[in-house]
Design a protein around this ligand. Structure first.
Ligand code: AGP
Length: 593
C-alpha cells in the first residue's frame, strides 16, 4: 500500500525516482508525486492516477536528491491535492502507512494557527517537523516521529539539507547501496539493478542519506549498525517479455516457481525444524485473501497427514479472537509480501501468547521473518501483478513441506510425503500449455454473476477462483462448498449466471454432479474442471463446458485445479476491458489495517 522511494547520488535523481516509481506502482496507483532538490529550491510534481502522468511535468528537471510516492488512498480521495509529497515551510514528506492519531495532532496544529492543504493523515508530519525544527533536521524528525501513533515509512527532504532522511515504523523501508548513489524504497525490486546491496531498516530506525554516506540511528539518535545483504532482485524479473500483462506472465512462471520452492524447501535445516515442531499439539494457519485460501487447504492436510487439530482463520479475524493458544500451538502465518498488517499482527499476538510461529513468505527480508521463530521460504520470484497467482502455488509447496516434516515428527515419513510434490512442476506446465478457454471466457464475460463450487480441497480452490475473478474482472460472484448451494445461493441461479464446478477428487464427483444438476435445472450454465476421466463423458452431457485437467496426487490437486481458474480470471478481465495487473481499489502488500 503506497510505495515510497528516495535517492541521493551522482546521477540525475529525477530519472532514478521515476524509474523506481514505475517499479513500485503495484503498491498503489491512485496518484504519484515527486520532489527534487535543485540547488536551494525544491521542485514538486504531483498527479492523480498513474506514474506515467508525471512524465511531462518532470521532463528536464535535474537534481541530486529526490523523493517519490505512489499512493493507495486511505484518507482523502485520489486527487492531485491529496497526492504526496506533502510540504510545509520547506519540509517535504512522502509517507506509507497510517497515522492513527492524526485527528488529534491536526486539531493541535490547527489551534496553533497552521493550515492544511489536503485531506490526508500524512500532512501532519511535515507540520510537526516544521514545528520542532530549530536548525537541525535530524533532531526535528526524531521529535516529530515521537508524536506519531500508527505505521509509517517516511522519506523527508528540506530546502537547507543536502540529503534525505528516512524513518521506519511498522511499514517497510529498505536502504539501497549503489555505486556512488543511495536509495530508500518500500521494496527491493524497485531498485533492482540500481542498488547492489540492501539493508532493511528496523522499527524506530532513522537513516540519514547524503551523496557520500548513510548513517542509521535509533529513536534516541544513537548510531546503529545494520546488516547489508546482496540485492537479489533483478530487473529481468520486472520485464514483461512477450506477455501483455504481468498476470499472464506470472501464471506462465508457475512451473518454475513450484520447482524453485521445492528446491529451497529441501535446503531448509530439517533437524532444526523437526526439533522446533516437537510436541506441537495444535496448528493455527492464518493469512489474508489468497494466502488464507492456502491455509484452508493446509488445514485439511494437517488433519489428514499429521492427525492434529487444525484451524484456518483469516488474520484479520483471528487477531481479534480469544483463541486458545499456548507453547504447544504452532501458528503458521502465510504472506506473499510478508508485510500484510493483519497477518503481522496475528503473528505478533501468537508470539505474545507463547505459541511457536512459522512464517511462509516469498520475501526473505520482510517484516514477518523478523517476528517468526522460523521461516519456510517461498521462491516464486517477484510477483508484480496485484492478483496472487504463482505465489499461491508456491505457498502450497512450502506448506506441503511443513506438513511433511510435521507428519514425520508425528511418526509418518517426511521423505515419502514431500516427494509426492516432485511431479508438480511438470504437471503445472502440462496444464497451462493445455488450456484452451477463450470461448468459455467469452460466455463468462456475459454472465450476470459467476459462482464457483467444490467439495473438500476443491472448496478452497473454488473460493480462490472466485476471489481472482472478482478482483481482476469486477464480475460479481461467490465461491462456496457445493453442499451449501441448496442452503441459499441457489436462489441466485438463473439463466444469466455461470457456474464453475471444481472436481478433482473422484470420490466426490458423484456428489458434485448432483450439485451441477441443481444448477442446470434452474437454467444456469456450468463449466466443470475435472481430472477424473470416467466422469468427463457424463459431464459433457450436463455441462456447457468441460475443462479436462491432468490427473494428479489427490492431496496436491489444488495446485493444478486452480490454474484454469486463474486463466479464466485473467482472460475475462481483459475481455471486460479491465487492467488485470492493477485491479480497481486494490494494491499489493496491504500494510494498513
Ligand atoms: C490476491 O489475489 C490478493 N491480491 C490478496 O488477496 C492477497 O493475497 C492478500 O492481500 C494477502 O497478501 P499477502 O500474501 O502479501 O499477505
Amino acid at each position: 500500500m503506497c510505495g515510497i522511494i528516495a535517492y541521493a547520488g551522482k546521477n540525475n535523481a529525477t530519472d532514478c525516482i521515476y524509474e523506481g516509481l514505475k517499479n513500485l506502482e503495484y503498491r498503489g496507483y491512485d496518484s504519484a508525486g515527486i520532489a527534487v532538490k535543485r540547488g536551494d529550491d525544491i521542485f514538486v510534481c504531483k498527479r492523480e492516477g498513474r506514474v506515467k502522468n508525471l512524465e511531462e511535468g518532470i521532463n528536464g528537471v535535474r537534481g541530486r536528491f529526490a523523493i517519490g510516492h505512489t499512493r493507495w488512498a486511505t484518507h482523502g480521495k485520489p486527487s492531485d491535492r491529496n497526492a504526496h509529497p506533502h510540504f510545509v515551510g520547506g519540509f517535504y514528506v512522502v509517507h506509507n502507512g497510517i497515522i492513527e492519531n492524526y485527528a488529534e495532532l491536526k486539531a493541535e496544529l490547527l489551534a496553533e494557527g497552521r493550515s492544511f492543504f489536503s485531506e490526508t493523515d500524512s500532512e501532519v508530519i511535515p507540520h510537526l517537523i516544521n514545528k520542532y525544527y530549530e536548525g537541525d533536521l535530524l533532531c526535528a524528525v526524531a521529535l516529530a516521529v515521537r508524536r506519531l501513533k500508527g505505521s509509517y515509512a517516511l522519506c523527508i527532504m528540506h530546502e537547507n539539507f543536502s540529503g534525505v532522511i528516512a524513518v521506519c515504523n511498522k511499514s517497510p523501508a529498505i536502504l539501497g547501496y549503489g555505486k556512488g548513489e543511495y536509495f530508500v524504497c518500500s521494496d527491493a525490486p524497485a531498485i533492482a539493478d540500481m542498488a547492489e546491496e540492501i539493508c532493511v531498516l528496523c522499527d524506530g530506525d532513522i537513516a540519514v542519506i547524503t551523496e557520500k554516506s548513510v548513517k542509521i540511528y535509533n529513536d534516541r539518535l544513537e548510531l546503529q549498525v545494520r546488516e547489508r545483504v546482496a540485492n537479489f532482485a533483478s530487473k529481468a524479473s520486472l520485464d514483461l517479455g512477450d506477455c501483455p500483462h504481468y498476470m499472464l506472465k506470472e501464471i506462465k512462471e508457475i512451473p518454475t516457481a513450484v520447482q524453485n520452492t521445492i528446491t529451497a524447501c529441501e535446503a531448509v535445516d530439517l533437524q532444526k525444524l523437526s526439533a522446533f515442531l516437537q510436541g506441537v499439539d495444535k496448528v493455527v494457519l492464518t493469512g489474508c485473501g489468497t494466502a488464507f485460501h492456502t491455509c484452508l487447504i493446509a488445514k485439511d492436510w494437517v488433519e489428514e497427514f499429521c492427525s492434529l487439530c487444525a484451524v484456518a482463520e483469516t488474520a484479520g479475524e483471528w487477531r481479534y479472537k480469544k483463541s486458545p493458544v499456548n507453547e504447544k500451538t504452532l501458528v503458521v502465518a502465510v504472506s506473499q509480501s510478508g508485510e500484510t498488517a493483519d497477518t503481522l499482527e496475528a503473528a505478533r499476538l501468537a508470539k505474545k501468547y507463547g505459541a511457536r510461529v512459522i512464517a511462509i513468505t516469498n520475501v526473505g527480508y520482510s517484516a514477518i521473518t523478523r517476528i517468526a521463530d522460523f521461516t519456510i521460504p517461498v521462491v516464486a520470484g517477484a510477483e508484480i501483478c496485484v492478483a496472487a497467482t504463482k505465489s499461491y502455488c508456491a505457498q502450497l509447496i512450502s506448506l506441503w513441506f511443513l506438513i511433511a516434516v510435521l507428519a514425520k515428527v508425528n511418526a509418518s515419513t517426511y521423505e515419502q510425503l514431500f516427494k509426492r510434490a516432485y511431479t508438480m512442476p511438470q504437471l503445472c506446465e502440462k496444464t497451462i500449455n493445455g488450456l484452451s478457454l477463450d470461448a468459455l471466457c467469452e460466455k463468462i464475460k456475459e454472465a450476470s454473476g459467476v459462482y464457483f463450487i467444490g467439495r473438500g480441497l476443491d472448496c478452497a480452490v473454488a473460493k480462490e477462483g472466485s476471489l481472482k475473478l472478482k478482483e481482476v474482472s469486477l464480475k460479481p460472484g461467490e465461491g462456496y462448498a457445493s453442499g451449501e448451494l441448496k442452503h441459499g445461493t441457489l436462489a441466485l441461479i438463473d439463466k444469466s449466471t455461470y457456474s464453475v464446478a471444481v472436481m478433482s477428487d473422484e470420490n466426490l464427483c458423484e456428489k458434485n454432479l448432483s450439485a451441477i444438476k441443481q444448477i442446470t435445472a434452474r437454467g444456469g450454465k456450468v463449466a466443470a474442471v475435472c481430472s477424473c476421466k470416467e466422469y468427463i463423458k457424463k459431464l459433457l452431457s450436463v455441462c456447457d463446458f468441460v475443462i479436462s485437467i491432468p490427473k494428479c496426487d489427490r492431496a496436491l490437486s489444488p495446485i493444478i485445479s486452480v490454474l484454469p481458474l486463474q486463466y479464466i480470471a485473467y482472460k475475462v478481465a481483459v475481455l471486460c476491458g479491465c487492467d488485470p495487473d492493477k485491479p480497481r481499489n486494490l494494491a499489493k502488500s496491504v500494510t494498513v489495517e
